[in-house]
Design a protein around this ligand. Structure first.
Ligand code: PMP
Length: 420
């Protein structure tokens, strides 16, 4: 059992991180599941929401709801103001230069599709090359497969070592004069590996290659600074950063966005429409056709402000301690294999158990109130790379405790004994 005193991290003897105080902000954590207190370890799939997010959305629906960018009445102006406040909050969160570099999408997936199907369709020719890593989520594979299918582009794969470390040398060797795109996850949703993305971008830019960063996993665990990274495009999803589902963010450098054609057509993205012609508005509206996720944007502001105001370094330290503790506990089982133990990793521990299907494990430990993810984790190329079809994944958020891990490990051991 872990010494629960360690729930406090201190800096100069001042308590900077109190996990119990944080837990009080998340109402769902008080729930019982299968008559057991919830142990939520599926944060990489979607994180739980603090009260400030729930209340901000509730308030918007009760008092400030209308469509945005359309009406000129009081409620429309108020809702539009809140919506544009979110754009500014996202700009601050990512340290972008301009708020018009922030595009709202449905999720990270739509953001990647937007860039592949606009920039990619315009700039890629037959035999041009796209570099992805073998640990990409399908969201950062399938849109590029579209370009393979439709434009004859070639996808090349950057590999990871056995422990999940990104192989920077091998990546560099993949670059040729035909490489036009590098699109990589900042942090793997399976191995937890954090790619040295700043270095990757520096190398790619030396060859004039456009770089897309999928920050769907990293945005919640570390500060992501698009200017420091010099990313050309970057995306994340609201629901993984303690905000609502239904809203995602695409960052694009102004010079890229200005030259992109629209993605979807409809209301709000035009400059002028006649019976035989259409001209398009400037970014960001050019890429935001139709009624956007109005209330979700309000929730996203609340979530990002919640994170901006918290001590992100203390949270990262806590999540890192949880990860190391979980790995230590699991290493004691000789019937279990951890996938991804590289030093530079975020709060994810994926594993397989000899002779047991991950779905069975997940189902059995659910009876103890423990929620983990099991399956191919939307990363089939990575599963093929390791010669398996599925894994279990425990993933941590700021509100998880060492006790959560003790309960999870105990439930896992029981499940193994049950099936063995
Ligand atoms: N990229 C990564 C690394 C992810 O983990 C995920 C979600 N699991 C996505 C992209 C897609 O995110 P969304 O489903 O919110 O579009």
């Amino acid at each position: 059992m872990h010494n629960t005193e360690q729930k406090f991290h201190t800096k100069n003897n001042v308590c900077v991180f109190d996990v119990n105080r944080i837990r009080n902000d998340f109402p769902i954590l008080c729930c019982n599941v299968n008559d057991k207190p919830l142990v939520y370890l599926d944060n990489a799939a979607s994180a739980q929401k603090p009260s400030v997010v729930i209340e901000a959305m509730n308030y918007a629906l009760r008092h400030e709801y209308s469509n945005v960018h359309r009406g000129i009445h009081y409620l429309s102006n108020a809702a539009t103001q809140r919506f544009e406040d979110t754009r500014e909050t996202c700009r601050v969160f990512l340290n972008a230069r301009h708020s018009d570099e922030i595009i709202f999408t449905k999720n990270a997936t739509e953001a990647i599709n937007l860039v592949a199907l606009t920039w990619g369709m315009n700039n890629l020719q037959q035999d041009d090359e796209i570099i992805l890593s073998i640990m990409e989520h399908h969201a950062n594979i399938v849109p590029w497969h579209f370009l393979r299918e439709r434009k004859g582009a070639i996808i090349k794969w950057a590999l990871v070592d056995d422990d999940g470390t990104f192989d920077l040398d091998q990546f560099e060797k993949l670059i040729t004069p035909r490489t036009k795109v590098v699109s990589l996850t900042h942090m793997s949703n399976v191995l937890g590996t954090v790619i040295p993305i700043k270095e990757v971008i520096r190398i790619a830019h030396q060859h004039n290659i456009m770089v897309f960063v999928d920050a769907a996993q990293s945005a919640v665990h570390m500060s992501v600074d698009v200017r420091d990274l010099d990313a050309d495009f970057l995306c994340f999803s609201g629901h993984k950063v303690y905000g609502p589902s239904g809203i995602g963010v695409l960052y694009g450098k102004r010079e890229f966005l200005n030259n992109l054609p629209p993605f979807l057509g409809g209301g709000a993205m035009i400059e002028n429409v006649t019976t035989d012609n259409v001209t398009y508005g400037p970014p960001p509206s050019r890429f935001e056709a139709g009624t956007p996720a109005i209330v979700e944007a309000v929730g996203l502001t609340a979530a990002l402000n919640y994170m901006i105001k918290s001590d992100r370094q203390a949270i990262a330290t806590h999540e890192n301690s949880l990860t190391l503790y979980a790995q230590e506990q699991l290493k004691a089982f000789n019937w279990l294999r951890i996938h991804g133990t590289t030093r530079n990793k975020g709060g994810i521990v994926s594993f397989t158990v000899d002779g047991l299907h991950p779905h069975d494990i997940s189902m059995v430990i659910d009876r103890s109130g423990v929620a983990i993810r099991a399956g191919h984790l939307c990363t089939q190329p990575l599963m093929q790379h390791y010669g398996i079809t599925a894994m279990c994944r425990a993933s941590f958020g700021m509100y998880n405790t060492f006790r959560d891990i003790d309960i999870f490990v105990e439930a896992l051991e029981k499940a193994y004994n049950l099936f063995k």
